[in-house]
Design a protein around this ligand. Structure first.
Ligand code: KG4
Ligand code: ZN
Length: 358
């Protein structure tokens, strides 16, 4: 039995979790910092790293107690060491080194983006969660990423498509500001969209070149802004908008949110369809679809990806809601595969702002 304690501090969640044999979650503690960043409508890196420092020790203790374990039961310490805010990553990496050194057990650095694609394989209750079959088409949708991956195994994947401007989560968060939806924007916009008519407006689906697997969401965001405020006279700080958000009724806002959501999600589904065709044409047809990242909690995306799986006769692996947002269970779970392949790190493990995935 392999018991791994995982730590995650890459952005604004301080998290620790214990996972058995890469899949079975014994505890999953996430201390969110939303209340600290709310007034700035976005994550302030310096505030985030200070809050991680205050929270990491109690969160680790809680995760061990939640799993009813003692320090000596642990097989290894895992930490998300890339990508992320460098000051935030350093807190998790330093804590992981201190624990691994004092317990005399291996330390394993895990790529946060790769870990998001492991979240759907995690099981935290009695209901069995089937592990994905490979090769798989992977989709990571978060505040920092919108990427498609050819996934050959949990540790072997390469990017086949990525956003050329905003990530989908970022687009959601900016759309939320445009529509006056409070922070955190993504989940609240999703809720508002569920009360609106998604066919009320037809927003652009940015597909780029024929056959491109890349994404672009900045045009969609601007289209929403112009729909809400009108086309501005002048540019930049001089821009004068003819309309204001206050001119919209609750129903108008809901219809705009639903139509925005429909366009954003449909774009992703079109690219996933192309990616499945591309994998089949290349002689390695996907045997499953794996989705991960904060936006995998989105109701419309979950519905449409599930439909896509049915149409293509492929199993779809979506994370349980508690494993969509940043968490440490996905870090500890993926670290098991590193350990099995003999890929442990040492105390020189760096914190790195960028992903290792290409
Ligand atoms: O994976 P994550 O927790 O952090 C990053 O690694 O970026 O993703 C956070 C992002 C945020 O942009 C948040 O607004 C978005 O995921 N998000 C959602 C939903 N839940 C979280 N976006 C749309 N619909 C949701 N239900
Ligand atoms: Zn994330």
């Amino acid at each position: 039995m392999t018991l791994i304690l995982g730590l995650e501090t890459s952005c604004d969640e301080t998290a620790a979790a214990v996972v058995r044999d890469g899949r079975f979650v014994l505890s999953n503690i996430v201390a969110s910092q939303h209340e600290l960043h709310e007034r700035y409508r976005g994550v302030v890196p310096e505030i985030a790293s200070r809050a991680h420092l205050e929270r990491i020790t109690p969160v680790v203790h809680e995760s061990l107690a939640g799993a009813s374990l003692h320090w000596n039961d642990l097989s290894a310490i895992a930490v998300g060491n890339r990508p992320g805010l460098i000051g935030s990553l350093l807190v998790g990496v330093s804590a992981a080194k201190a624990l691994a050194w004092s317990l005399g057990i291996p330390i394993i650095g895990v790529d946060h983006v790769q870990a998001h694609l492991h979240a759907a394989a995690l099981q935290d209750g009695a209901a069995p969660v089937p592990p994905p079959t490979f090769p798989a088409l992977g989709l990571v949708v978060s505040g920092g990423h919108t990427s498609l991956y050819h996934v050959a195994s949990p540790l072997s994947m390469h990017a086949i498509g990525r956003t050329i401007d905003d990530a989908i989560g970022e687009a959601y968060d900016k759309a939320a500001v445009i529509l006056g939806v409070p922070y955190p924007g993504g989940p609240k916009l999703d809720k508002l969209a569920q009360t609106g008519n998604l066919k009320h407006h037809r927003f652009p689906r940015s597909l780029l070149e024929e056959n491109s697997l890349d994404f672009s969401f900045s045009g969609l965001k601007t289209a929403l802004l112009y729909k809400v405020r009108g086309v501005p006279r002048g540019r930049g700080a001089e821009a004068v908008f003819e309309k204001s958000l206050a001119d919209l009724s609750e129903t108008d806002r809901a219809n705009l949110a639903a139509s925005f959501q429909d366009a954003a999600v449909e774009t992703i589904i079109i690219k996933m369809t192309r990616a499945l065709d591309r994998m089949a044409d290349g002689g390695t047809p996907a045997r499953s679809i794996i989705v991960g990242g904060g936006v995998s909690a989105n109701s419309r995306l979950r519905e449409r990806v599930t439909q896509l799986g049915t149409t293509r006769d492929l199993p779809v692996h979506l994370p349980a809601m508690s494993f969509c947002v940043d968490n440490a269970a996905m870090i500890a779970g993926l670290a098991y595969h590193h350990l099995v392949e003999g890929k442990a790190d040492d105390l020189h493990l760096p914190a790195v702002a960028t992903t290792s995935l290409r």
